[in-house]
Design a protein around this ligand. Structure first.
Ligand SMILES: Nc1ncnc2c1ncn2[C@@H]1O[C@H](COP(=O)(O)OP(=O)(O)OP(=O)(O)O)[C@@H](O)[C@H]1O
Ligand SMILES: [Mg+2]
Length: 412
């Protein structure tokens, strides 16, 4: 599965300049773990990180101008850090699979003289196959203000320091028609550019959860759907899909989920008269079943998370803000373990990124998986890795759970 090894965000909301994990030129940093949790006080920048992913994914889908205005972001001036004149920029260091070499994607978004955001530059780089492990990466997409060069195929590129081209016949000059669309959105749909296709798909398939229990209670009429949407609105459509396409597997999943939700004995499905599929929950102590519309917020939430992780083709990256909201505190450690099991299993898995305020959730995690955000004196976020704190590492190794250490102020 494709995974983030690291990323850097500059000038986005509270994030003046933060780096998590490894970048191509920070070789000594550890790559991000399959499960990542970010903690920090109110206003420290957790939602800014979540929204940085949301913003990037919106930029890919609908262009940078719409992305600046959507989801209540309020336009470019509101999201650029402290009204900075520097562009908003992102660097992503990701690996398509263990056998692929990591790719670096750089994007910067600025404002034109009419105050409209546009894509200032984009670059994709990768070391060439067979190059020494720590060699310089070669560019295979260079775009400045919509104009630039792209190299097709799997192993072509350009060394910007030596001006050396590899497989020069694969080089093409390009100019984009729309300066507000990402180049990877256009080029990532062309067969000639398999590396860009994969990278575009990596971002397009992120699952950024905006779950609300009421959305999950809705009963849309439309037919079966393969993947859960971001709010959980199509929960019953996904249930319908699983029941139709994988009936045995689905019943196993329902049994497995039922065993994990306290008080639930059995989950099954029943068809309503107008053809909709209802989820039926049998609860301990009640003869008659309940339907999802009557189930509690927390039960629906756990069910939705579990179903998301049972997707036969799960998203490469799942990001959830404060998954603990509305859940009983004793469920949090098991939930964190479920997330980690999913993130670290071989085969179809997802990297899971969460933000949390809950020490019980953090109790299940290792210092390598936890990052702490604080506000610097300039009001901007500073991020540190819990594993860099030697006292915390030692106490955790001696068996003291990390959430408890956080609660006792060892992490702040
Ligand atoms: N454009 C901006 N430039 C600088 N700082 C900003 C900008 N937009 C928002 N902020 C700051 O970012 C902070 C909000 O950060 P964020 O919402 O990411 O915090 P949080 O960690 O999610 O907090 P909570 O735990 O309360 O949800 C606020 O303090 C706000 O002042
Ligand atoms: Mg927040």
């Amino acid at each position: 599965m494709a995974k983030f090894e690291g990323f850097r965000v500059r000038n986005f909301r509270a994030l003046k300049d933060i780096t998590m994990g490894k970048l191509w030129n920070t070789k000594n940093n550890e790559p991000l773990t399959p499960m990542v949790a970010v903690i920090g006080k109110n206003g420290s920048g957790k939602s800014s990180i979540f929204d940085a992913f949301g913003f990037l994914s919106d930029c890919l889908k609908s262009g940078v101008e719409e992305a600046c205005d959507s989801r209540g972001r309020g336009g470019y001036r509101r999201i650029v850090t402290n009204r900075s004149q520097e562009p908003i920029s992102f660097e992503i260091y990701y690996r398509e699979s263990k056998k692929d070499l990591p790719i670096t994607y750089e994007l910067s978004i600025a404002e034109d003289n009419k105050g409209r955001p546009y894509v200032e530059s984009e670059r994709l780089r990768q070391r060439r196959k067979g190059e020494k492990a720590y060699g310089r990466p070669f560019s295979f997409l260079i775009l400045n203000k919509g104009k630039g060069t792209v190299w097709s195929g799997e192993n072509s590129g350009f060394d910007e320091e030596t001006n050396e081209s590899f497989e020069a016949d694969k080089k093409n000059e390009i100019e984009l028609a729309n300066p507000r669309q990402l180049g990877i959105a256009t080029l990532g749909s062309l067969k000639d550019h398999p590396r860009i296709i994969k990278f575009r798909e990596f971002i397009a398939n992120w699952y950024l959860s905006y779950f609300t229990p009421d959305a999950a209670r809705s009963l849309p009429l439309s037919g079966p759907q393969k993947h859960l949407d971001i709010k959980g609105e199509n929960l019953s459509n996904v249930v319908q899909y699983m029941e139709r396409e994988h009936p045995k597997r689905f019943q196993n999943i329902l049994d497995k989920i039922a065993a994990k939700i306290p008080g639930i004995q059995k989950i099954s499905t029943v068809k309503s008269e107008d053809g909709r599929l209802l989820l039926k929950f049998n609860e301990q102590g009640f003869k008659d079943p309940f339907y999802s519309q009557q189930m509690s917020d927390g039960t629906l939430k756990i069910f939705t998370y579990m179903l998301l992780m049972e997707d036969p083709e799960p998203p490469p990256f799942i990001c959830i803000e404060e998954p603990e909201n509305g859940l009983y505190h004793k469920l949090l450690e098991p939930l964190a373990n479920e997330f980690r099991n999913h993130a670290t299993k071989s085969g179809a898995s997802s990297q899971i990124f969460i933000t949390t305020h809950q020490p019980y959730f953090i109790d299940a995690l290792d210092p390598k998986e936890v990052w702490l955000l604080t506000k610097g004196t300039d009001g901007c976020s500073v991020i540190t890795h819990a594993s860099k704190n030697e006292i915390v590492r030692n106490l955790n190794e001696q068996g003291l759970p990390l959430g408890g250490l956080w609660y006792s102020d060892y992490l702040d």
